[in-house]
Design a protein around this ligand. Structure first.
Ligand code: FE2
Length: 590
């Protein structure tokens, strides 16, 4: 059975194709359209998926959309009417958005793809999140928790999934918390208050939190009341997101926390104002963590299960995930590489396959690489035409050369095979750098990523060496497979891993098994042979404001515009002419 999954119209549109129960490919629209967080109908992503699989729309058995758009419309309408007349300003905006595209999804899909309306299906938004988390995880029975800003009505669901010996599989969502009570919206409200972009910059709040102390946790708890049944309710007087499109927090919120930060003002942690913002971030992070720990602990007691699958945008919070692993009682915590809405395209297709159609359950390959492949010849041609130095090397020579350049302090653009689904570069569209010095980190921030100083960079380490450098609890390796957990760097290594150690001594590391990305693994080994430390800094291959590179040409154009010294795609190596002076590897590291 050939099933196309689609997510669209909120943020991070994507398409995914599942054939005979196994994902074939998946890609976010932004990677093809080159508009970051592209939310439009994913025409290019669908076209690429069908092309990649050699299918025409007529050959599809089903097209599944990741939410029930009528329910979402009902929620927008109900919330607007409930708060009328305060909502009069946002009402036309909300209606226009919904009527413009969101409600008539069946017609849009039918007309774009030319498939009969009878082949078009819908999952609930959180069922798609749950399926993306459970059906892709190597577990047969697990509790499931999804949490995000909002889908139709639900903002958090709890339940369980089962893959039975007779080949049937199911996801059962037992309970939900409904809009406007939402952990995602609570966090996003602070994201907006702290002057960052909602639905995009939530991880900046998490990064900033490490610089503060949760001195305002008691105030945050006024915003989120725990209910006797173990759930929570937000105190509406502090929020305005459900009544107006203009601002998400109320004047009472400002009374409690002080004036908001303008996005144009830099955060200066030397000032009292800067520290107040860091404390706000630390406080909402702390309350988010304690709420999630309570909910998951109760879910573990209730289900008695050992595994937990986490889905929804809140599952991108690696600090919270690590606390859930440590404190909930679950032995293993699985977070897919794309727990957010992009992953819902895959989740919706898998849900339809297993649950609607009752097709036999199949193992899903345990990796994030579902997108377009990089074409090394395209890179070689572009670089030669541009009069750059291009070499095609055999693998040992290439790895040895690149490891040597990294050890000399150079920064490498690394493209390999199929691109990742989800917001993190996990070794196929990465910028790699030596992890040792703060200068490297500052150079990356200044010349390549053009971003704030307080944001940490992540390390990637071979699975064999992970424990030597990082304090990984039982289950930590699994959480770190897709960079979903933040764990302490061992104190004795922090100064020698300064580029990837956050201010609080932690790192959002990726633990790499050879099978998942063999070439990056081999590069880590080669680098380890030179430096004694098989760890590299691994950040996504893009500059601020742009999606992660997809094709070789985008990698090349990014390489030419910023301070990356070397670019690799397959066997092809491009060395920038007049590479910047390198930061040599210091003696103490070798
Ligand atoms: Fe979502």
């Amino acid at each position: 059975m050939k099933i196309l999954g689609i997510s669209a119209h909120y943020h991070d549109s994507a398409a995914a194709l599942v054939v005979d129960g196994v994902p074939v490919c998946a890609v976010q629209e932004e990677r093809l359209s080159r508009h970051k967080n592209d939310a439009s109908f994913p025409e290019s992503a669908i076209e690429w998926c069908l092309d990649h699989a050699g299918l025409t729309p007529a050959q599809l058995d089903a097209v599944v959309f990741y939410e029930r758009s009528m329910l979402k419309f009902e929620r927008i309408l109900t919330c607007a009417l409930r708060s009328f007349p305060r909502s009069w300003r946002s009402f036309p905006h909300a209606i226009k958005n919904s009527l413009g595209e969101k409600v008539w999804v069946r017609g849009i899909i039918a007309s774009h793809l030319g498939v009969p309306r009878s082949k078009i299906f819908f999952t609930s938004h959180h069922a798609a999140h749950a399926a993306a988390a459970f059906f892709t995880a190597p577990t047969r029975r697990a509790a499931i928790l999804t949490a995000d800003g909002v889908g139709e009505w639900a903002t958090l669901t709890a339940g369980h999934g089962e893959r039975r010996d007779d080949g049937r599989a199911n996801v059962t969502l037992l309970r939900e918390i409904r809009y406007p009570h939402s952990l995602g919206m609570l966090y996003s409200t602070f994201t907006a208050y702290l002057g960052f972009a909602v639905n995009e910059d939530e991880y900046k709040v998490m990064g900033l939190a490490a610089y503060g102390r949760p001195t305002l946790a008691a105030q945050v708890r006024k915003l989120i009341r725990r209910t006797p049944d173990g759930a929570f309710a937000l105190a509406p007087e502090y929020f305005e997101y459900h009544t107006t499109a203009a601002r998400s927090y109320s004047s009472m919120f400002i009374e409690l926390f002080g004036p908001p930060r303008s996005s144009y003002d830099p955060i200066d942690l030397e000032t009292a104002e800067g520290r107040r913002f860091a404390d706000c971030a630390a406080s909402v992070q702390h309350v988010l963590e304690e709420t999630l720990v309570d909910i998951t602990r109760a879910l573990q007691r209730e289900t008695g299960l050992r595994d937990l699958c986490l889905g929804g945008g809140v599952a991108l919070n690696g600090v919270a995930n690590a606390r859930i692993l440590a404190e909930s009682g679950f032995e293993r915590v699985f977070v897919p590489p794309a727990p957010g809405d992009a992953g819902c395209a895959l989740g919706a297709a898998l849900y339809a396959d297993r649950v609607y159609f009752g097709n036999p359950d199949r193992d899903v390959p345990d990796h994030p690489f579902w997108g377009p492949h990089v074409d090394a010849r395209e890179l070689a041609q572009a670089a030669r035409e541009d009069n750059q130095s291009v070499q095609d090397l055999d693998e040992p020579a290439l790895l040895d050369y690149v490891a040597g350049e990294l050890a000399a302090g150079r920064i490498v653009g690394w493209m390999e095979g199929a691109s990742e689904l989800g917001p993190r570069a996990l070794g196929h569209r990465s910028v790699l750098a030596p992890p040792h010095s703060r200068e490297t980190r500052d150079r990356l921030n200044r010349d390549i990523k053009y971003r704030e100083d307080f944001r940490p960079f992540a390390p990637v380490v071979t699975i064999e060496a992970a424990d030597r450098f990082f304090e990984l609890p039982a289950g930590g390796v699994r959480l770190a497979r897709f960079m979903s957990g933040v764990f302490p760097v061992r104190p004795e290594w922090r100064s020698r891993l300064a580029a990837v150690t956050h201010v609080d001594g932690s790192a959002r590391l990726q633990v790499l098994e050879r099978d998942m990305a063999p070439r990056l693994y081999a590069l880590l080994e080669a680098y380890g042979r030179r430096s004694g430390i098989p760890v590299l800094l691994n950040t996504s291959f893009n500059v601020a404001g742009e999606p992660i590179v997809n094709r070789a040409l985008e990698g090349y154009s990014t390489f030419r515009r910023c301070g990356i010294d070397l670019l690799v795609a397959g066997p092809t190596l491009v060395v920038k002419r007049a590479a910047l002076p390198a930061t040599p590897l210091t003696e103490e590291v070798a």
